[in-house]
Design a protein around this ligand. Structure first.
Ligand code: ADE
Length: 224
C-alpha cells in the first residue's frame, strides 16, 4: 500500500510514523508513506495556500490551485483508488471502513485547515470524506495519522501475531473480552480460573460470553 498525504503542516504529521509499529511497517516496506507540503505547489511569491472566503466571514479557505497541482502531479505517476479529504463533516471512521480501505493499493489523504477547502476541491477531486469523530480538530493532520494507523496495522505482516488484528475490539462487531497476564493473583484480585485451566474450548466460550456481556453493558448500540 502507498499513502500520499497532502498537508500544510508536514511536521505535525511525521512523528507517529517514526515510532513503533508504523515505523517498522515502513522499514519492512509493507507500506510507503509520502508527505507533500502544499506550499511546494504554490505559484505565488509568498507561497500562499489560503485566502479569504467569497461573501465574507471569518476564517481562511485553502485554495484549489495548489491542491489540484499536487494531486495531478501524483496522478501522473500512478493511479489512485481514493482521494480522501479529512473533515469533521465527513463519514465517521469505523473499523469496517478501515478494513475496506486497508485493501486499497494507492490512496491520497488531503488534510484540511482553517475553514476547510474550496468546495470545488470536494466536488472535483475528492472521492471520499472522512471524519474521525464529532469534534473539531485544528487541522486534518491528526485525523490523517489516526486513519493511517488503523489502516497500516491491518496490512499483512505488520502485526507480529497475524491473528491479533482479527481479535481486536470491533472486528467481530463486539468489544474485545478482558485480558490478563502474570501474576495470577494480585492484591486479592484473581485471574478467572478458566483462563488458567488449559481447556481451549472452555476459554473460547468464556471469551465469547465476556465479549457479549461487555458489549451489552458498554456499547449496546453495536448490537442493534
Ligand atoms: N479536521 C478537523 N476536524 C476533523 C475531524 N473530526 N476528523 C477529521 N478531520 C478533521
Amino acid at each position: 500500500m502507498r499513502i500520499d498525504i497532502i498537508t500544510v503542516l508536514p511536521e505535525l504529521l511525521k512523528s507517529p510514523f517514526e515510532a513503533s509499529i508504523l515505523s517498522r511497517a515502513i522499514e519492512k516496506k509493507l507500506v510507503e508513506v509520502h508527505f507533500h507540503n502544499l506550499r511546494d505547489y504554490t505559484t505565488n511569491k509568498y507561497k500562499q495556500v489560503d485566502d479569504y472566503q467569497f461573501g465574507g466571514g471569518a476564517g481562511m479557505v485553502l485554495m484549489i490551485e495548489p491542491i489540484d497541482k499536487c494531486i495531478q502531479a501524483l496522478k501522473k505517476e500512478r493511479e489512485y483508488d481514493e482521494v480522501i479529504y479529512m473533515t469533521p463533516d465527513g463519514e465517521t471512521l469505523n473499523q469496517k471502513m478501515a478494513n475496506t480501505l486497508s485493501l486499497k493499493k494507492n490512496i491520497i489523504i488531503l488534510c484540511g485547515h482553517y475553514k476547510g477547502v474550496d468546495q470545488r476541491v470536494r466536488d472535483l477531486l475528492v472521492t471520499r470524506e472522512i471524519s474521525i469523530g464529532d469534534y473539531v480538530l485544528s487541522g486534518g493532520e491528526l485525523g490523517a495519522a489516526v486513519l493511517c494507523d488503523t489502516l497500516i496495522r491491518l496490512l499483512p505482516g505488520v502485526l507480529n501475531d497475524e491473528t491479533s488484528a482479527l481479535t481486536d475490539t470491533f472486528q467481530d462487531g463486539l468489544l474485545a473480552p478482558p485480558v490478563y497476564t502474570r501474576p495470577a493473583s494480585y492484591k486479592g484480585l484473581d485471574v478467572p480460573p478458566v483462563l488458567l485451566g488449559g481447556n481451549f474450548a472452555k476459554i473460547e466460550a468464556w471469551r465469547e460470553d465476556r465479549a457479549m456481556e461487555r458489549t451489552q453493558q458498554l456499547r449496546p448500540d453495536l448490537l442493534q
